[in-house]
Design a protein around this ligand. Structure first.
Ligand code: ADP
Length: 431
């Protein structure tokens, strides 16, 4: 129960004590002596408890304070009450920390808690297995002193923790780790690392499989196409239903050939993650050539194709890949815009940004499809896409090419009004 003592009560008690001792002194004929003795007794009593308190605070081993009656007893009770409350809070806090640690230990990933200065505060067991953090030896060390990879240094420099950073494990060079960093509490950072070697191997196998199958399909397709063309060439004496059958075979073989061709391009672009083929590419000239080349695609559609290409814009990149990406956007605009449409191709630069845009007044893309449109094999309208010879791989190729070129794709589209596909290249200093 809380105990309250006002200043007035204290003053009243002192006055009462002094009055009683004054009266007693008066009765015995020495008021001054009685008052002095009473004051001295009060002082000794208070000092005695002060010493006891000091002794208990600094030397005492028990949490229970000394025993006393009256005012000092209340003070000791108050202190004891506070200590117990503090202990209870500490216990709850310890329990929470224990639960957090148990949770973090149960994680299949390495977890490190860092300060905002990137020094290690805590790590789970997996962190020592995957990253080689020694516990508690490495506490207080900066994480970039322990993970010394240029990719990680760049990741920290960029400070964009939304996407992960992939590094080789400092403990095992055969292991690949995906690191993610995120704000944790108000002044801490949580670093999570997971082993993605298996996923990477599976992804590699998938890529190799697609590349090999596509490659292996090329020869039989060429043979079938050759025979079909041979039969068609001598086909005047064929019965009409055979002529129709061979024409259908020829159309389907051509479709399959295009699909295999695109699959091969996609796997080439996916596998070509090294910068070995990068060189200055005159983007202005490249796009003008593409605009000229696509005129034959436009013969049936009869679109008006305008271009506004700023001269001599050069970027560092892979010419083959860049051509494939720009060509895909322009040929999509031609294919998906109904006849007699209008298409505008432009290339501009502003500071270290280069903007390439293909705008059409075609059917547009519904907002719910815009995010998925760059997924491989995604087609908004399968039958319409099939008629245009589409495979659903064009924009996936564009996306991979842009990944290699420090570039981004933006899609602005209004249903039934048209679409604009924009590529933003960011020039590096050396460009
Ligand atoms: P595809 O080979 O089928 O053209 P893409 O990956 O190039 O594959 O395009 C995916 C889908 O995006 C297409 O099937 C089409 O529905 C849609 N699309 C692409 N470009 C446009 C455009 N300019 N206008 C409308 N739809 C488009």
């Amino acid at each position: 129960m809380p105990f309250r003592l006002s200043q007035r009560t204290i003053v009243t008690r002192i006055i009462a004590t002094l009055t009683v001792s004054g009266i007693v002194g008066y009765l015995f004929g020495n008021t001054f002596l009685a008052l002095s003795l009473a004051s001295l007794a009060l002082l000794i009593w208070n000092y005695n408890h002060l010493f006891k308190l000091m002794d208990w605070l600094w030397q005492g081993k028990s949490i229970a304070p000394p025993q006393a009656d009256g005012l000092w007893g209340r003070i000791y009770d108050g202190l004891y009450h506070r200590i117990r409350k503090q202990r209870q809070k500490q216990k709850q806090l310890n329990e929470r920390i224990r639960k957090f640690r148990d949770g973090a230990e149960a994680l299949p990933d390495a977890a490190l808690v860092l300060s905002t200065e990137l020094t290690i505060l805590w790590g789970n067991k997996k962190a020592s297995q995957l990253i080689g953090i020694r516990w508690p030896g490495d506490v207080g060390q900066r994480i970039d002193n322990l993970i010394r990879f240029p990719e990680f240094a760049k990741y920290l420099d960029d400070g964009n923790y939304e996407s992960p950073c992939v590094i080789i494990s400092p403990v095992n060079s055969e292991q690949q780790l995906e690191l993610r960093m995120m704000a944790y509490g108000s002044d801490q950072i949580l670093l999570l690392a997971r082993d993605i070697s298996k996923l990477q191997r599976l992804e590699e196998m998938r890529r190799d499989f697609v590349a090999n199958v596509s490659h292996e399909l090329k020869t039989p397709l060429t043979v079938v196409r050759g025979y079909v063309e041979m039969v068609q060439a001598s086909g005047s004496d064929l019965e009409p239903h055979w002529q129709k059958a061979f024409s259908t075979i020829e159309t389907q073989v051509s479709r399959m050939d295009r699909l295999v061709e695109q699959l091969l391009v996609l796997s080439r672009v996916e596998n070509n993650v090294e910068d070995d083929n990068l060189q200055p590419v005159n983007l202005s000239r490249l796009i003008l050539t593409i605009v000229e080349d696509v005129q034959w695609l436009n013969q049936d559609k009869n679109h008006v194709i305008n271009d506004d290409i700023a001269p001599e814009i050069t970027i560092i990149g892979n010419e083959h890949e860049l051509k494939s990406a720009c060509m895909n956007l322009i040929s999509n605009a031609i294919a998906y815009t109904p006849e007699n449409g209008s298409i505008k191709v432009s290339l501009t630069s502003d500071g270290n940004k280069v903007r390439f845009s293909v705008k059409d007044n075609g059917p547009g893309i519904k907002p719910e499809h815009v995010n998925r449109i760059t997924e491989r094999f995604f087609r908004v309208d399968k039958s319409r896409s099939r008629n245009t010879g589409g495979s659903g791989l064009g924009l996936a190729i564009v996306k991979h090419v842009l990944n290699h070129h420090n570039a981004e794709l933006a899609i602005e589209s209004e249903w039934n009004k048209g679409s604009e596909f924009i590529i933003y290249f960011t020039l590096k200093n050396k460009q």
